[in-house]
Ligand binder design. Structure first.
Ligand code: SAM
Length: 342
């Protein structure tokens, strides 16, 4: 691997350190969550030959992103556990000396089978989407009628906990009239176990018509409901990301609130996203400044040039944000969260 000195690269990181890369391993998903993908919509899945290969991905991580200061990586999708080489990828990234943090976001459906192998490969932190404790509501949200789906995800969560994933976070996208009546039950999962429940405000990406119909609930309203029931205190831990972390007094786990709609956190955004077909995107909700690293790599563009391109985007990133989203959006958001990498 080239060192930063060999490459003649100087560290010119911008003041707000962007050191966190969310990597989509695959755009396909075995769930079809209603907030993420419009029902009945035909999604153009990325063709196998257009996915970044394992070698290409590791090449970009080692020779483009790490030299530019990225040292924290999250593997997501689509559903990352659908990628056949997911364990090998985890092992390769976890063993890079520069990797300071590696995590994964999954729907948990295949987790019971894969949790131990992922842990052995070096993964320690995991976020599992769990939008409901009620199997029927869960199936309504995830778009599957099979009653065993919820139970399989629940088993995946239990297995990950037993294997030792820490922190283990449960992601809940709150949709008015669908799962908001379960806020207290979901929050209660943090009381007896070191499970960290994170409530995410529903965003206008993926399913525009559901968003228009349902809208979103501000985190403060959820906090108030929880406060009224148990009280809430500030947690001693600080997360890596945009969540405000609190806890129910005496609880083992914490509660996180991701409030991108009500409390814009663009100014402290520390991340970029790499899609499974190699598009680098500086902001989830603003399409300005995306570049196609895979095509450039396959066309023979040198790693030095690729780093320069990414460095230029890093410099522009403070201006490419949700606040400025209308300047960078060509009509409805073109890609769903599962396509970009949630
Ligand atoms: N398949 C994995 C999963 O289900 O967690 C990873 C991909 S999923 C796209 C990643 C995250 O995106 C999930 O936590 C999901 O809840 C979130 N997400 C997707 N669409 C969203 C939306 N419209 N608003 C808020 N969060 C969304």
């Amino acid at each position: 691997m080239l060192s930063t000195v060999d490459m003649g690269y100087q560290d010119i990181s911008p003041p707000n350190l962007v050191d966190y890369l969310r990597i989509s391993l695959i755009d396909r998903c075995n769930f079809r969550c209603q907030y993420c993908m419009p029902e009945d919509a035909e999604l153009d899945y990325i063709l196998q030959q257009d996915l970044l290969t394992q070698d290409e991905l590791l090449n970009l991580i080692q020779n483009v992103f790490i030299p530019l200061g990225f040292n924290r990586f999250r593997l997501t999708g689509g559903e990352p556990l659908l990628r056949p080489d997911v364990v090998a990828l985890v092992r390769a990234i976890a063993t890079l000396p520069e990797t300071q943090d590696l995590s994964m976001t999954t729907n948990g459906f295949l987790l019971a089978k894969k949790a131990q192998a992922l842990y052995d490969a070096g993964l320690r932190r995991i976020n599992i989407s769990l939008d409901s404790l009620n199997p029927e509501t869960f199936h309504e949200i995830t778009g599957h009628r099979s009653q065993t789906r919820w139970h399989q995800v629940w088993q995946g969560i239990q297995t990950a906990y037993q294997v030792g994933f820490d922190p283990l976070k449960l992601n809940v996208v709150v949709i008015p009239g669908v799962n908001d009546s379960e806020i207290l039950d979901l929050a209660a999962l943090s009381i007896d176990r070191q499970w960290h429940v994170r409530f995410i405000e529903f965003m206008p990406i993926g399913n525009g018509s559901l968003f228009t119909e349902r809208q979103w609930i501000p985190s403060e309203e959820l906090r108030q409901r929880i406060r009224d029931r148990w009280g809430l205190t500030t947690a001693q831990v600080r997360g890596n990301g945009p969540a405000d972390i609190l806890k129910i007094p005496g609880a083992q786990g914490t509660l996180g609130f991701i409030s991108q709609m009500s409390e814009c956190f663009c100014d402290r955004c520390n991340r970029m996203r790499l899609s499974a077909d190699g598009w680098l995107r500086p902001c989830l909700l603003n399409e300005t400044g995306q570049i196609d690293l895979k095509t450039a790599l396959r066309a023979g563009t040198s790693l030095t040039q690729l780093r320069q391109h990414v460095q230029e985007i890093l410099t522009l990133k403070p201006e490419i944000n949700f606040k400025q989203r209308h300047s960078g959006t060509s009509g409805p958001y073109n890609r769903t969260m599962s396509q970009i990498g949630g």
